[in-house]
Each structure stands twice: as structure tokens, then as C-alpha cells.
Ligand binder design. Structure first.
Ligand code: FES
Length: 76
């Protein structure tokens, strides 16, 4: 697959809102979980929140060592 497909997605995150980052890559709503992991018998999403409003680049390749954030692993 192309690097574009694996590129992180810039997300406007709100302070203290709960987010569920898809860990299984089957979600149609990347980078967030849409429940598709259940049908694929994969582990559930990773819940997270942020302590201030910010734009964050969330990983879509699922190989980051700093989930849910992109660490550049998609380029390797
Ligand atoms: S759909 Fe991927 S973790 Fe839920």
C-alpha cells in the first residue's frame, strides 16, 4: 500500500474529551474506532484524552511506538 494510505491524520482534539483510537486498522472511521474490531476478533481500541485543545497527528499505520500519535514509523 502507498505511504499516503499509512500517513497520519491531523485531528482537532478537544480538552478532556474521551477518544478511542483504532488499534486493529479495520475501522472505516480512521483513526478512530468504529467497533469493527469485534467482527474481526481483534483487541479493542485505545482510549485517550488530551489536557488541552490541540491538533494532533494520529497514527493510521498502527506501528507507532507512541500510540495514538504518529512517530514516523509508517515511513519505515
Ligand atoms: S475498530 Fe479498530 S479498534 Fe475498534
Amino acid at each position: 500500500m502507498s505511504e499516503k494510505k499509512y500517513s497520519p491524520i491531523a485531528c482537532e482534539l478537544e480538552k478532556d474529551k474521551r477518544y478511542a483510537w483504532c488499534t486493529c486498522s479495520h475501522s472505516e472511521n480512521q483513526p478512530f474506532c468504529d467497533g469493527a474490531h469485534r467482527a474481526h476478533n481483534k483487541p479493542p481500541s485505545l482510549g485517550f484524552s488530551v489536557d488541552q485543545d490541540k491538533t494532533a497527528y494520529l497514527c493510521t499505520c498502527k506501528r507507532t511506538n507512541n500510540p495514538p500519535y504518529c512517530d514516523g514509523s509508517h515511513k519505515n
